[in-house]
Design a protein around this ligand. Structure first.
Ligand code: GAP
Length: 456
């Protein structure tokens, strides 16, 4: 039976903790709002998402290169980019309980004293909205004074603009070309986070694609499709994915057009990634403020111009949450309910579970050999000899392991193993010396199964 929205989120939060994907940060001290730690499986999921993004955006393209810029930049960067003056949410305070809420998200908020009520429904009176800057401040050096104020970056994008000239000259690049970066960003978010959907520190995967101004529309179309297809190719349910163009009054100050790739979360449609036309806004602003000419000189046309920018910007943690939610299914199997994560094999934290059928007759030793063979072939493996084989399969299903290999009497006599598939639960006999190749073939042919009764 399909679960209610809160039920699905609760089930995923609980699975994430129980199986070591995601923990509340500082949990033993009572936690800290909107902040999470990633456990052994969570860190592997994040790593695979980042690898898949980097492969698609950088490695497989001749015209995109990578960068890793600093989190703390010269504070003038953030004045120039508009973040010091304008990166704020409208906030209201409750005069009664002193809680603070985002004025534009009051419907999503709950009164801390009466959690069944929205802030507009309890007896507290709200102040007029005031702008609350989302940037985290810190101080450089030993003295905490105005002159030493610095900021943790609220987006990775600005580090790319600052290095536009360095990267272009070092790589002898010519527009159209892109600079990609994955790294942590920080925002002092006040709104409730819906688990890791909105957190105070998070990783972004962003790419600034610099184009001749007249090619802006063509590349905007190109990157919207490329990024949308990336999510589909990694198995997201097409019925829960959509592209939404921003209305004019929604656009950020630097953008003339933006589309959000949105996913239908259990709590409603939400932004997964944005693709924005940033025009020449950032390069021009930094040129003016720094005195360094951030332009491209075209030697053939003998003209200088400031490239326009198309920016696909996604959040890695939000991607992880989306893949978790989309993969999650509680399936009726006979009288049992099987919890399964239908991750793409490319994203699954563990690729193969390795089981000796029984703990005797040389099977554990043979299984350990198989595990070593798989690890050597860079297939993340997990050895398990505890409990009935069916329970071992279920434990791997719950964390999304696409394959399980069982070592039985046949393995010792004729060198075959049983390869069991997570989605179909079908089994096939495979010769041990072909196992790695067969796993690669099945992974290449993987298609998202149609859920029996997915989250609504
Ligand atoms: N450089 C453009 C930029 O930063 P954004 O829409 O503010 O645009 C891009 O952020 C992506 O970063 C979002 O689509 C989302 O996936 C992710 N993101 C933004 N704020 C986040 C937060 N507080 N927690 C988790 N992810 C966040």
């Amino acid at each position: 039976m399909a679960k209610q929205a809160t039920g699905v989120m609760d089930a995923i939060v609980s699975l994430c903790k129980r199986r070591g994907f995601i923990f509340q940060a500082s949990e033993i001290y009572g936690g800290i709002g909107n902040t999470y730690d990633y456990g052994p499986l969570g860190v592997e999921l994040l790593r695979r998402i980042k690898d898949a993004w980097w492969d698609d955006v950088v490695v497989e393209r001749a015209n995109v290169v990578g960068l890793d810029s600093a989190i703390i930049q010269n504070p003038t960067v953030w004045e120039t980019s508009g973040h010091v003056g304008g990166f704020s949410d409208p906030m209201v305070d409750c005069k009664l309980c002193k809680a603070r809420f985002r004025a534009d998200k009051l419907d999503d908020a709950r009164c801390p004293k009466k959690p069944s009520k929205k802030p507009t429904e309890c007896q507290g009176e709200l102040t007029e909205p005031r702008a609350f800057n989302l940037m985290f401040k810190t101080h450089i050096g030993a003295v905490e004074e105005t002159a030493s104020v610095a900021y943790l970056r609220p987006e990775t994008a600005q580090g790319i603009f600052l290095n536009f000239k360095n990267v272009m000259e070092a790589g002898r690049l010519k527009p159209p070309f892109g600079i990609a970066q994955i790294g942590k960003s920080f925002r002092n978010e006040i709104t409730p986070g819906n688990f890791v959907f909105r957190t105070r520190e998070f990783e972004q995967a962003e790419m600034e694609f610099f184009v001749p101004p007249e090619e802006e529309q063509q590349w905007y179309d190109y990157w919207r499709k490329a990024r949308y297809d990336w999510y589909l190719n990694l198995g997201l349910n097409p019925d829960k994915l959509r592209m939404r163009e921003h209305e004019t009054d929604e656009l950020a100050h630097y953008s003339t057009a933006t589309a959000d790739i949105e996913y239908l979360y259990p709590f409603g449609w939400g932004e997964l990634e944005g693709v924005a036309c940033r025009t020449d806004f950032d390069l021009k602003r930094h040129s003016e403020a720094s005195g360094t000419d951030l332009v491209y000189f075209d030697p053939q046309a003998k003209e200088r111009y400031t490239p326009f920018v198309i920016e696909p910007a996604g959040g890695v943690n939000r991607m992880a949450l989306t893949f978790l939610i989309d993969a999650y299914e509680e399936q009726q199997v006979g009288k049992d309910v099987r919890t399964v994560l239908h991750f793409s094999p490319q994203l699954a934290p563990i690729t193969v579970g390795v089981f000796p059928l029984v703990k005797k007759d040389g099977m554990p030793e043979k299984a350990a050999e198989v595990e070593a063979l798989l690890r050597k072939a860079h297939l993340a493996s997990f050895y398990d000899e505890k409990g009935a084989i069916g329970r071992r399969y279920r434990r791997q299903d719950e964390i999304g392991t696409p394959y399980c290999v069982t070592i039985d009497g046949d393995t010792l006599s004729d060198g075959t193993v049983t390869l069991r598939h997570r989605d179909s639960m079908e089994q096939e006999k495979v010769a041990l010396d072909e196992l790695v190749q067969v796993i690669h073939e099945r992974t290449a042919a993987w298609e998202r199964p149609v859920p029996q009764a997915g989250p609504e």
